[in-house]
Design a protein around this ligand. Structure first.
Ligand SMILES: [Zn+2]
Length: 596
């Protein structure tokens, strides 16, 4: 038997084994103690015999329903209520229909609040909270939430990952017993894919975002990291201070945050701004605020001026408590969005009319804290020598403590000035396809033009650790002015557009989320074509005899670079490069910049 068929056998055995294990009713691993909790939000639960009990309520939140069950339940609810309609908006990699529910009173078009659950499908609180909320809107008197807004709810964003239920996925979450995976069926994390848009799920979501242009976009997750007393936490790109677009960020920080915090507190929850830890082993080192790139939902919302919220329920709180907290947050979000619909629309318009001239591309932690959380509600821990790891590990003790927590901000280290436009060759179809998906405007020229452009050459390119289905690339960039002939069919992407900053984040080579940084142009790294040595040697000899400038440059290079001097092929390649027009692809970024 070959190695390959052994592996096949092992896989098949594994599948049979997992299928024969009964559904777990509790976490597979022991977790630190949970503090007892009860709150007013428990009143949102229906009685066990209720006809419209959700699958998670019926299971007392020990399990979460699969896709087919969710779909069937929503179809039933849709049939029972004129307020709901179930739609599909794309297909996953494995071919499942992507679903959303629109809850609307009809009439003239209303602004939309878009809520998605399960982008990391093991973090599924939003799905079960959303089903309860939709039921209460459709059948239990909460339809007034739809007086001024529509709710569009995506119950499971990463469906293929969701269906890979296992007790070993997200074992740090206290329920449900079995959870889906983080990434999709091609191991792409959809919350790193908004900008590069590789996954079919992302492409469907970008289409939905463009179609709805929501006034509020909520992305439901569950945290990891460290224990604390807070149960529902949320944040926005850059937590206000480091947002790329101010007006929408100010609305989130000034209006959304306080409204939702008040509602959650009243319902018995303990909310705070999501504390992204510097060091989970030492929480007192502080929490981080920093800018975000458009790879993330929140960063994408910031770049496209759509107020976007990341919800991070705390992993160690019981599933029931987390779902109830999410329900309260979503209901409060609908109310504040309805009350502020005009304000939000104005903030979006302000941001979209703004024309940022710079894009911050690199930053580093600021030496001094930018603020302090005076009374952070933490949980005590001690450490013990683990025979498993051979080092000190944390043991969370369940006891509440408070401490002073520094807020670590960022200082800028590199920004780029936006050009007037970018020029993309017609052959770069991967890039053009994504510009269309993002709704970035461009024009295609019908006749050839010759322009003076800023051209970008790569020095010392390095391929990085593969990530998110790509092989990212790092390099130093040399900007050189040069005349360039742009053939008919070339594409001009102007910076002067509402999505100008997004275009910059995707097209500026220095941007950490650029297509280039994701490794989109591997053709740049192929070696230059060559020809026979006897031809090149004769060419070099002729140049040395007839071109004094070439001769001087060659001799200087021989003196300065012994490795070059000792490499016959490199010497001949140098003459080839210097005799003619050079090669258009090698280490040359194919997108050129039109400066002001
Ligand atoms: Zn997540």
């Amino acid at each position: 038997m070959t190695t390959i068929s052994c592996r096949t056998t092992a896989l098949v055995t594994g599948l049979i084994y997992s299928a024969s294990v009964p559904a777990l009713a509790q976490n597979i691993l022991e977790l630190p103690p949970a503090r007892p909790w009860s709150g007013r939000s428990e009143r949102l639960l229906v009685n066990p015999g209720d006809k419209w009990i959700t699958p998670a309520e019926a299971a007392d939140f020990k399990t979460t329903p699969r896709y087919a069950e969710v779909r069937a339940w929503l179809e039933k609810l849709d049939a029972a209520s004129p307020l709901l309609t179930l739609h599909t908006f794309g297909r996953t990699g494995e071919g499942r229909d992507m679903l959303y529910v629109r809850a609307s009173k009809g009439g003239p078009a209303k602004p939309v609040v878009l809520v998605q659950a399960g982008i990391h499908s093991g973090e599924i609180d939003g799905k079960d909270a959303g089903l309860m909320l939709l039921r209460d809107i459709a059948l239990r008197g909460k339809d007034n939430l739809l007086d001024r807004v529509d709710l569009v709810f995506v119950p499971i964003y990463n469906i293929d990952g969701h269906e890979q239920l296992s007790a070993w996925n997200f074992p740090h979450l206290r329920g449900p017993a079995e959870k889906g995976r983080e990434a999709n069926a091609r191991n792409i994390d959809l919350n790193r894919d908004y900008g590069k848009a590789d996954a079919p799920e992302t492409r469907a979501m970008l289409g939905l975002l463009r179609e709805l242009d929501p006034i509020l976009y909520i992305d439901c997750h569950v945290s990891e990291g460290f224990d604390m007393q807070y149960d529902v936490t949320f944040t926005y790109a850059g937590w206000g201070k480091y947002a790329r677009h101010r007006a929408t960020a100010d609305w989130l920080q000034g209006r959304f945050g306080p409204a939702v915090t008040q509602a959650l507190t009243k319902a018995g929850h303990t909310p705070t701004i999501y504390p992204s830890p510097i060091d989970t082993r030492e929480p007192t080192k502080g929490i981080r605020y920093s800018p975000e790139g458009p790879r993330y939902s929140t960063g994408y919302g910031d770049f496209t001026s759509v107020p976007t919220v990341l919800v991070e329920n705390h992993m160690l709180k019981p599933y029931r408590q987390r779902v109830l907290g999410t329900y309260v947050l979503l209901e409060a979000a609908l109310k504040i969005a309805a009350a502020d619909a005009g304000r939000i629309a104005a903030a979006k318009a302000t941001d979209r009319a703004s024309r940022p001239t710079e894009l911050l591309t690199r930053w580093t932690p600021a030496p001094q804290p930018i603020g302090w959380v005076e009374q952070f509600k933490g949980i005590a821990f001690d450490t013990y020598l683990s025979p498993a790891s051979g080092r000190l590990e944390q043991r969370w003790l369940g006891q509440p403590i408070t401490f002073r927590m520094p807020i670590i901000g960022q200082q800028p280290t590199e920004s780029v000035r936006l050009p007037k436009a970018w020029w993309v060759p017609a052959a770069q179809t991967e890039v053009l396809d994504r510009l269309r998906l993002h709704g970035i405007a461009f024009e295609t020229i019908g006749t050839s033009q010759t322009l003076q452009l800023d051209q970008v050459r790569l020095l010392n390119p390095k391929l990085l650790q593969p990530s998110e289905g790509r092989v990212p690339l790092a390099a130093t960039f040399v900007h050189e002015p040069g005349e360039q002939v742009l053939p008919a069919g070339s594409v001009r992407v102007p910076a002067d557009q509402p999505n100008g900053l997004l275009a910059a984040a995707l097209l500026e080579p220095e941007s950490q989320d650029s297509f280039l940084a994701w490794g989109f142009f591997p053709e740049m790294l192929s070696p230059a074509p060559s020809t026979d040595a006897f031809v090149l040697a004769a060419l070099g000899e002729r140049l040395l005899a007839t071109e004094p400038a070439v001769k001087a440059a060659f001799e200087a290079k021989l003196r300065a670079e012994p490795i070059f001097a000792a490499d016959p092929n490199a010497r001949l390649a140098w003459f080839y490069e210097h005799a003619g027009p050079g090669h258009p692809y090698v280490l040359q970024y194919p997108i050129a910049r039109e400066l002001n």
